[in-house]
Design a protein around this ligand. Structure first.
Ligand SMILES: NC(=O)c1ccc[n+]([C@@H]2O[C@H](COP(=O)([O-])OP(=O)(O)OC[C@H]3O[C@@H](n4cnc5c(N)ncnc54)[C@H](O)[C@@H]3O)[C@@H](O)[C@H]2O)c1
Length: 365
């Protein structure tokens, strides 16, 4: 029996898209090590290599009009190379509506660190999605692109396409948007991708551990530095609000007793140009254990930011396709809880993992 394939569209051909699209090719070429580096080798009979990119949208002059396999390596992208050569022909990146996608401060930065708007007319996204035959749109727009993300989400509804929302713009976790997807009979997985082994999941699991072992977590911070355009974009504090909310509530929700605002500090902390796509996270947790004795934990986590997100997105896409095959509509609760920082309903990660595993087993059967 031939395995089902998934046709995806990508909004925002930045570093995360680069890692994902290279990763699909990487796993397609692997035979015996298919599951290395993956959370699931197969979901609903679909492997990582069974994903086809059939449409891509961006607004940067170095990407629009280019084959997507070239655009993923264009400046200001700086994600590491996972494959030497991307084989074959690929679809052309189309011009999206800019709306609030490009922060004004990008203009003050050198070309290789910032977005540069293309001088082209935007396409009709819904029409383009329909023409391409896309089944799932992966939204990878910059943080703070509230209007633009909603424009792509509406296009999904109009075109009958499922959505994987990797951005902290609240859709799957917003009752009104969740209803729109439910009413349209379309799955949505969101919001704000929780990387494969990133700061959020580590911080959540450690918070859970403090709780389980009876240690009262009293203060914590999570400071993150990086040198990609995601970090450059987040230098504008007004674009950052939803990211701070998403990251903070993700950790708060893992704690039995939410900490007061003064006692928890989480967010992107600084842009360090030479770090490029390397993200470094510093976590400190302070609490009291037996007899109120002090417990302090310090941790440094270093990852390549974009492949780390792709490790989760590769599963979210396949769950979205499974949803389409099964007729599931609205927010997919279990995958959203496991793969996203801001799902409609937070579930402890160990439990969400088991729920997803059960789904994977049922879908395989
Ligand atoms: N580990 C991770 O990297 C991670 C984790 C969680 C969430 N995210 C989120 O995923 C998103 C993508 O991250 P990234 O590192 O790929 O960002 P990026 O800056 O590398 O890419 C964003 C892309 O969007 C394009 N763009 C801007 N406005 C657009 C519009 N209106 N239409 C189409 N394209 C537009 C830009 O030109 C750029 O190519 C961000 O919101 C980020 O916060 C990433």
């Amino acid at each position: 029996m031939t395995s089902p394939r998934v046709r995806i569209a990508v909004a925002g051909v930045g570093n995360c898209a680069s890692a994902l699209i290279q990763g699909i090719e990487y796993y397609r070429a692997l035979n015996d090590l298919r599951s290395a580096g993956l959370i699931n080798s197969e979901i609903a009979g679909i492997t990582a290599g069974d994903i086809d990119v059939v449409a891509a949208f961006d607004v940067d002059i170095r990407k629009v009009g280019k084959p997507v396999n070239e655009a993923i390596f264009a400046a200001p992208n700086c994600a590491q190379r996972l494959v030497e050569d991307m084989p074959g022909e690929s679809i052309t990146v189309e011009m999206g509506p800019v709306l609030d996608g490009i922060a004004p401060h990008m203009a003050e930065q050198p070309d290789d660190r910032a977005f540069r708007q293309a001088d082209a007319a935007p396409v009709d996204i819904a029409q383009s999605l329909k023409n391409s035959g896309a089944e799932v749109l992966v939204c990878y727009l910059p943080v703070g692109s509230d209007e633009a993300v909603k424009h792509y989400a509406q296009a999904c509804l109009d075109a009958g396409v499922a959505l994987v929302n990797c951005v902290p713009v609240f859709l799957a976790s917003d009752a009104a948007w969740a209803d729109k997807f439910r009413d349209a009979g379309l799955p949505i997985i969101g919001d704000d991708i929780k990387s494969q082994l990133g700061a959020t999941i580590v911080h959540r699991v450690l918070t859970q551990l403090f709780n389980e072992r009876g240690v009262d977590l009293q203060q914590t911070y999570q400071l993150n530095t990086g040198g990609n355009t995601d970090f450059m974009n987040m230098r504008a504090e007004d674009r950052l609000k939803s990211k701070r909310i998403s990251k903070t509530q993700s950790v708060q929700s893992a704690n039995d007793q939410p900490m007061t605002d003064d006692n928890i500090h989480i967010g992107p902390s600084d842009y360090v140009a030479w770090q490029k796509d390397n993200k470094v996270c510093f976590i400190r947790m302070q609490g009291q254990g037996f007899g109120q004795s002090p417990v302090e934990l310090e941790l440094r986590l270093s990852v390549e930011d974009s492949p780390n997100s792709a490790g989760s997105v590769i599963d979210a896409i396949r769950f979205a396709k499974a949803g389409l095959m099964q007729g599931w509509a609205g927010p997919l609760e279990e995958p959203s809880a496991y793969y996203m920082k801001s799902p409609a309903r937070q579930i402890p990660d160990a439990e969400a993992f088991q729920l997803c595993k059960t789904l994977v087993d049922e879908l395989a059967g």
